[in-house]
Design a binder for this molecule. Structure first.
Ligand code: F0G
Length: 465
């Protein structure tokens, strides 16, 4: 029998979980226009809205926080942070930013623009927005297997290398850099294989195009390489990470994921000239280059977290607990994106609610019901985010109707997850009775954050006279 994989930590500080009645939750959700982003966190019991910035920090991180040197320039904490990043990534320049998107904004303000195209497996939405804001094109070249939720391919984050090669052949001069997101959040938190990263590196660097990683979840990606890729199981996650970073020329990182902190990020680069320009831009909006957008406390915590997240016992527990939630949900009638990714479980809402059409937002319906029934907060990734109306008024739904349950790092225990599965089972049993939603307010950008919804009206039954 396989031994139980337990949480490799004990709990030192606790925070009570809110436990509300359904009626109280109904009132909160109604006030929020059926948008879970508008519900106060104190009315949520199990918060799976995001894994970003939600980690519980370790005693090592908290003690590093106490040692922080908040000097404006040349702080000791920056030196420690820079060393930690360089030891891991090996890049020459380390530029701290307050979170991932700030690193993206600086990078793409410098290299993107009209006529430029930036390929990736899938750009995360802030990356895409920062590229497009400057007039550039963000191009996703993920393999076809990624769009099929049940396809068991072990590396559904991989780049389609043939398409990348063709793009490089046809538009070499328009490509200021290429990116790969590890793991691929937009397509299910799926990893990218080492072999694929080597291929991307060869294609891009072979013609002198810089290759950057969006490395928010680098540690989880390295664990999957170790577990799933032939010939890698003898290596430490750190050793794999070193090779992964060595294949690229720099990275953008949101420390709020695998650096196990609540705030922080960085841009790291090998290119001296680009780094100089990035630092000059950094000063305009983030701060002096030895703190960027962070306090020294954030830098200290990130320096420790970046290395803690590569500990095999932590990564084994992390991957296992995500898969444990997915397996539990599958056992009570849900379909989830397979294989399970690193940071989140993605439920296929279309499979559970086939009677609700895309224009009535099945993912949003399920997310709301998980909240109303169990205080579980998740996030729709479907037609609310990606649905569009054509000029003739037709609704074009998203490719998949998913609900993401992103798992904060080191926060919930196995019994929390067991309870979530129990509650979700009760929702699944009543799935056929759930009704669709219509959007009563749709903002022009990022509608999932502030959009509002109301139940669709059910036509009155026609009575015979
Ligand atoms: N890249 C990826 C792959 C991300 O998942 C995120 C954030 C970012 C960049 C931006 O980082 O939030 O620090 O500015 N993802 C969060 C999420 C918001 O919920 O998936 P940030």
């Amino acid at each position: 029998m396989c031994p139980v994989i337990f949480e490799p930590f004990k709990i030192k500080a606790v925070e009570p979980l809110a436990q509300l009645t359904r009626a109280e939750r109904e009132a909160h959700l109604e006030r929020a226009g059926s948008n879970l982003f508008g519900v106060p966190a104190e009315a949520v019991t199990f918060d799976f809205l995001t894994d970003s910035g939600q980690a519980a920090m370790s005693t090592e991180q908290w003690s590093a926080v106490m040692k922080a040197d908040e000097s404006y320039a040349g702080s000791r904490s920056f030196a420690r942070f820079e060393r930690a990043v360089k030891d891991l990534c090996g890049y020459k320049h380390v530029i701290p930013t307050h979170q991932g998107r700030a690193a993206e904004r600086i990078l793409f303000a410098l290299v993107s623009g009209p006529g430029k195209v930036i390929p990736s497996n899938c750009h995360f939405d802030t990356t895409r927005a920062n590229i497009e804001y400057g007039g550039g094109e963000a191009l996703d070249l993920v393999i076809d297997e990624a769009s099929d939720p049940s396809n068991p391919h072990p590396f559904k984050g991989n780049v389609n290398l043939e398409r990348l090669e063709r793009l490089v052949r046809e538009r070499r001069a328009d490509i200021p850099l290429g990116m790969v997101t590890i793991t691929n959040n937009s397509a299910g938190g799926q990893p990218v294989s080492l072999e694929n990263l080597r291929g991307v590196s060869r294609i891009l660097r072979g013609v002198g195009i810089p290759f950057l990683l969006d490395a928010c979840r680098f540690a989880e990606n390295c664990w999957f390489i170790r577990e799933r890729e032939p010939g890698q199981s003898h290596r430490t996650p750190f050793d794999i990470a070193r090779e992964v970073f060595s294949l690229a020329d720099g990275c953008t990182v949101s420390g709020k994921k695998d650096a196990l902190v609540n705030m922080g990020g960085f841009l790291a680069l090998d290119d001296d000239a680009l780094a100089l320009r990035a630092r000059n831009l950094l000063i305009l909006t983030e701060g002096f280059p030895t703190y960027g957008g962070c306090s020294a406390r954030d830098l200290e915590a990130m320096a420790v977290g970046l290395h803690e997240s590569l500990e095999p016992s932590y990564l084994e527990y992390r991957a296992r607990s995500t898969a444990y939630l997915a397996d539990g949900l599958e056992s009570v009638g849900y379909r989830t994106v397979r294989p399970t990714g690193g940071h989140a479980v993605y439920i296929d809402a279309r499979a559970l609610l086939p009677h609700i059409p895309p224009e009535q937002y099945p993912g949003q319906v399920l997310a709301c019901e998980l909240y109303l029934h169990g205080g579980i907060r998740s996030c729709e990734i479907g037609s609310v985010m990606f649905g569009k109306r054509t000029s003739d008024g037709r609704f074009v739904g998203a490719r998949n109707e998913l609900v993401r349950l992103a798992i904060p790092r080191r926060v919930y225990t196995q019994s929390h997850i067991d309870r979530v599965v129990e509650l979700a089972a009760e929702v699944a049993q009543r799935a056929r009775g759930l009704r669709g939603l219509r959007m009563t307010y749709r903002p022009d950008y990022l509608p999932h954050f502030t959009g509002r919804f109301a139940p669709v009206e059910v036509p009155e039954p026609v009575l015979n006279a």
